[in-house]
Design a protein around this ligand. Structure first.
Ligand code: NAI
Ligand code: MG
Length: 337
């Protein structure tokens, strides 16, 4: 059965890494059809809008999008398209795996963990941001709801359960931010009781930062509120060798958008040296989500294989002398072999 997905090639290096990724998906015979839609600068030039309604409609229709990085013009009154899409589709779960791959600048071997960040509330509200006291005081509201906490914690436990993971760590600051972080922790404890087979751990966020750097192997699935999740997931990306290998999924009840965590890298766009790994790993997450986990695993193992054995095919940011295309070529050969 074929499934159509919306594909946003994106700006800057977006089209280069997307072409490489689609080539790999095609080689895997995933039965996917692509509907190419515009967003970002490309859409602004063609349709006068960074996020045209047609593109939103297509994502709603298929429920799944694979997205290249988008450039948000600075200082022209545009709000981030990524934030807009999260709101529009209520993509409440930001799921960021951190896995070590061979031959990368990782400080540890064998890290394999996932950060699940609440993506719609917490400290990142567009409302509740104001200056008072004649501009001499900045006031930001943190809003955490029972419903919002419950769905993100449940998402983390279900992810653990369905992927044979053993432990969920709820990261919080309930000792100081007693209301919002306190409610999140209370709800996490309640939800944890429904999953007696999965170990539940709670950890204060500052300690979690230290523990992640000192002893990352103790973590499996980490679930946390928006601001802490934003910071911790980048920390985890740093632990496993940086943004070139960091994928992310934004998941809601009715839509899911898969992307690389990095941006459009205008400094290297057009030079064919962009590392396609993060977008490839996002595509692997998408295949897991679409019920093809064996194909997702094939991509992850294939990347591992190429990084180990075909160093000359790897892009310069990972220490190789290859190109975006040579990496895709090596991966396709590995997957076919
Ligand atoms: P960036 O992630 O695009 O680039 C930071 C540095 O990492 C640059 O030196 C770049 O060359 C390098 N880099 C990034 N991805 C790479 C890859 N795949 N292979 C090799 N090197 C890579 O971040 P920056 O420069 O802050 O932002 C550039 C544009 O991207 C901005 O317009 C920003 O708004 C947008 N952006 C979009 C995101 C998205 O759509 N999800 C996320 C972050 C930024
Ligand atoms: Mg961030």
């Amino acid at each position: 059965m074929s499934q159509t997905i919306a594909v946003i090639k994106g700006d800057g290096i977006g089209p280069e890494i997307m072409d490489a990724t689609l080539r790999v998906l095609d080689a895997l015979d995933c039965g996917l059809e692509y509907d190419f839609i515009d967003a970002g600068l490309t859409a602004l030039e063609k349709h006068g809008s960074l996020m045209p309604q047609d593109s939103l409609d297509a994502i709603a229709r298929y429920g799944v999008a694979l997205k290249g990085p988008l450039t948000t013009p600075i200082g022209k009154g545009f709000s981030s398209i990524n934030v807009q899409m999260r709101r529009h589709f209520d993509l409440y779960a930001n799921v960021r795996p951190a896995i070590t791959f061979p031959g990368t600048r990782s400080r540890y071997d064998d890290i394999d963990m996932i950060t699940v960040r609440e993506n719609t509330e917490g400290a990142y509200l567009s409302e509740g941001q104001e200056f008072v006291d004649d501009g001499n005081t900045g006031l930001s509201v943190i809003k955490v709801t029972r419903q919002g906490s419950e769905r993100i914690v449940r998402y983390a436990f279900e992810l653990a359960k369905n992927n044979g993971r053993k432990k969920v760590t709820a990261v919080h600051k309930a000792n100081i931010i007693k209301t919002s972080s306190g409610l999140f922790l209370d709800v996490a404890r309640e939800v944890a009781k429904e999953y007696p087979d999965i170990e539940f751990q709670e950890m204060i966020v500052d300690n979690a930062c230290m523990q992640l750097v000192m002893n990352p192997h103790q973590f499996d699935v980490v679930v946390t509120t928006n601001l802490f999740g934003d910071i911790l997931s980048d920390l985890c990306a740093g632990l496993v060798g940086g943004l070139g290998l960091a994928p992310g999924a934004n998941i809601g009840e009715n839509a899911a958008i898969f992307e690389a965590v990095h941006g459009s890298a205008p400094d290297i766009a057009g030079r064919k040296i962009a590392n396609p790994c993060a977008l490839l790993l996002a595509a692997a997450q998408m295949l897991d989500h679409l019920g093809m986990p064996e194909k997702g695993t094939a991509i992850r193992q294939g990347i591992r294989h190429v990084l180990e054995r075909n160093r000359d095919m790897v892009t310069p940011d990972m220490g190789g002398s290859g190109t975006t295309d040579s990496f895709a070529e090596a991966l396709v050969t590995t997957l076919r072999g």
